[in-house]
Design a protein around this ligand. Structure first.
Ligand code: PHE
Length: 444
């Protein structure tokens, strides 16, 4: 790729390549596992509405800010702040991002491990012809075994490391281009089946009829955290990918397409899950096992369901893999480009360490829960807050405009973007965060 720096960082082969990779990072367990679970626990429709508002009003501008920082600096997050920021303290944002990557990958690998187990179960017909109670039990028995979840976690981390070491960029591009649309098709098939189940209407009402009485500061913070988590923003993944985007490409379009695709997949996952939850007489507010307890029941009622089930969980694993490699890549890029540690060494050391944390997540559900909460609801929103402040106040507006328009023509929404980045996003993130964790109540 001609206009990308020619150091050891490998670029993407086409314009679509980076969009595919960024979408690959964004689309993953966050959409299909975490989103329904958050909706279920935070009251349904009202959460969804706030979530969608945050995606548009905060998520897309933060994603654009990150893409811009990365492309301008042509570096990993830490290096980008080192290069662009006048004061050393800004590098802490990069450090925070690397730290967030550690936490996220630790529990992410565990859930990806559950997905591997479900591929195995689906292939060996372990889920077919089972009643909803039996399906529910299968998850509990699997989780209480501990050893098997640990082994799957380790296997998933190994796969992640191997892909990262194998020169990832072109790989992701090829896979996402074909397999993500296929995942989309299977989810749509699931939707159609779920919507025809008896009692589906109740699920749709839960998902789409907002009950505003359910909104609390914690619900709002969870919606913000979920928006950040699902879009992979606030910790540097998107900045790192932004550094590979050719100057001729319009970043605004990239941010919008990726966010659109990500939100579509989450919504479609919700449309499959909630009708089924009600149809099978289950509760929407459940533990992290929600999708694993619900989805097999839909496949079991479907013609050709076994095959779809295998494909679905397999594609979900691959979607998780294209996200986990983006997380590992942030850490490895930081260690190799900034700390000058060899990529191989950095990759294996990080993989080993995260595998250890992953085992802790399997053994102690409190560690798992804390990692999920701290990363999505604390570190990502804070990272996003610093990123918008940086773009809104530290960088010169003319520079920002130039980078956003670089060779790609006008960016019509520039004024709106700057307004959001300077005023709306910092205030909204600040208030939601402080209120959500209870700081504002302590002060006032
Ligand atoms: N967005 C990914 C998902 O939805 C998870 C992720 C979060 C990946 C943050 C990278 C950074 O599954």
């Amino acid at each position: 790729m001609a206009n990308i720096d020619s150091s050891s960082r490998d670029g993407f082969t086409s314009k679509f390549g980076v969009i595919a990779a960024a979408a690959g990072s964004a689309i993953g367990l966050g959409n299909i596992w975490k989103f329904p679970y958050e909706v279920g626990n935070n009251g349904g429709g009202a959460f969804l509405l706030i979530y969608l508002f945050f995606i548009v009003a905060i998520g897309i501008p933060v994603m654009l800010s990150e893409l811009m920082i990365g492309r301008k600096a042509q570096k990993n997050v830490f290096g980008a702040f080192k290069l662009l920021a006048p004061h050393k303290a800004w590098r802490l944002v990069g450090v925070m991002g690397v730290f967030a990557a550690f936490l996220i990958l630790s529990f992410y690998a565990v859930v990806a491990g559950w997905t591997l187990e479900y591929v195995y179960l689906a292939v060996t017909n372990g889920l077919a012809n089972k009643t909803p109670e039996e399906i529910n039990n299968i998850f509990d028995v699997f989780m209480s075994g501990k050893l098997i979840p640990v082994l799957w976690t380790l296997l998933f981390m190994l796969l992640t490391a191997l892909v990262v070491l194998g020169g990832i960029k072109n790989g992701i591009e090829k896979y996402t281009k074909v397999l993500m649309p296929l995942l989309l098709v299977i989810i749509i098939v699931l939707d159609i089946k779920a919507l025809t189940l008896e009692g589906a209407g109740e699920g749709l009402a839960f998902l789409f009829n907002p009950d505003f009485a359910k909104i609390t500061p914690q619900v709002i913070l969870s919606a913000l955290g979920q928006a950040f988590f699902s879009l992979s923003i606030g910790m540097g993944v998107i900045a790192t990918y932004g550094s590979y985007i050719p100057k001729s490409q319009r970043l605004g379009n990239t941010a919008i397409s990726v966010s659109f695709a990500d939100t579509l997949i989450a919504l479609l996952a919700g449309i499959a899950i909630f009708p089924a939850v009600f149809a099978f007489g289950m509760e929407p507010a459940q533990d992290e096992g929600l999708v694993f307890r619900v989805l097999p029941n839909i496949f079991n009622q479907m013609a050709g369901g076994s095959l779809f089930q295998v494909l679905f969980f397999l594609l979900l694993c691959i979607a998780a893999l294209t996200s986990s490699i983006s997380l590992l890549e942030v850490i490895v890029a930081y260690m190799s480009e900034e700390l000058k540690i060899k990529r191989r060494t950095a990759t294996w050391a990080t993989t080993g360490f995260i595998s250890g944390l992953g085992v802790l997540c399997v053994l102690f559900s409190s560690v798992f829960g804390a990692f999920v909460f701290i990363s999505s609801n604390v570190l990502l929103p804070l990272g996003g807050l610093f990123i918008v402040i940086f773009v809104g106040y530290v960088l010169k507006q003319a520079e920002v405009k130039q980078e956003l328009e670089a060779h790609g023509g006008r960016f019509n929404l520039f004024k709106v973007f700057i307004f959001i980045v300077r005023y709306i996003a910092p205030i909204a993130i600040g208030v939601v965060f402080l209120k959500g964790i209870g700081v504002i109540d302590l002060i006032l």
